[in-house]
Design a protein around this ligand. Structure first.
Ligand code: ATP
Length: 202
């Protein structure tokens, strides 16, 4: 699946609605210091489910909302939309009924953030899985931030393995295994309680 558009509205320095077309191939973002290059990359991570404010260089998630300047008031919400080309129908079940997938994340002051996929409400988990299955996501090594190459060179083998696993598209499987293990644990707990009740009745 290919990213085809990124739309921002009220996200960090992108106070006005901004619509970017993403062409096939490698995309580089260039511009003078402070023009918003890192903010763009953060918008991509954020719409794919990034939940750590520190990864957005903020203290809280609401710090992604345009905070105002001397000449413009602060905004009450921020929204990022990412459009994916799904013509090859590789999206996971539940998202695979259209040629395009539009994922929208919106955060409103004092009301938290919510996702919509093709105009339907979606859970953060589902959005994260959608991107994990497409071998990308908020932590994708395909999004290269400043200083990351130096970090990779000095990374430990385990960290390097995670990068290979993401590139191979199996990180979504790990997340599903973890979910299945949690459900299995809960089911075992329920069985143990039923056994106690049965023993009590005997
Ligand atoms: P550099 O090349 O120096 O790393 P950059 O192009 O990556 O810069 P960013 O770090 O993306 O630039 O953008 C920094 C700008 O974004 C700053 O001017 C900062 O004030 C502005 N900014 C960040 N968060 C917000 C916010 N919530 N509201 C308004 N402006 C913000």
């Amino acid at each position: 699946m290919q990213f085809t558009r990124l739309r921002l509205n009220g996200f960090k320095s992108f106070v006005d609605p901004t619509d970017l077309v993403i062409q096939p191939g490698l995309t580089g973002v260039v511009g003078p210091n402070g023009c918003g290059k890192s903010n763009l990359l953060e918008a991509l991570r954020w719409v794919m489910g990034e939940n750590r404010p520190t990864a957005m260089r903020g203290a809280g998630m609401e710090d992604v909302i345009f905070a105002g300047t001397a000449s413009r008031g602060a905004r009450s919400f921020a929204e990022v939309a990412l459009v994916l080309d799904n013509a090859d129908r590789l999206a996971p079940a539940g998202f695979n009924d259209q040629d395009q997938i539009e994922v929208i994340r919106r955060i409103t002051r004092d009301a938290g953030s919510a996702y919509r996929v093709n105009m339907k409400d979606a859970r953060a988990r589902d959005v994260q899985m959608l991107f994990a299955d497409a071998s990308t996501g908020a932590h994708s090594p395909a999004l290269v931030r400043q200083g990351q190459i130096a970090e990779l060179i000095s990374a430990r083998p385990k960290a390097r393995r995670r990068i290979l696993e993401e590139a191979a598209g199996i990180s979504g499987l790990y997340a599903r295994r973890h979910d299945a293990e949690l459900r299995l644990g809960a089911a075992e707990g329920n069985l143990a309680r039923v056994a106690d009740v049965v023993e009590g009745l005997a």
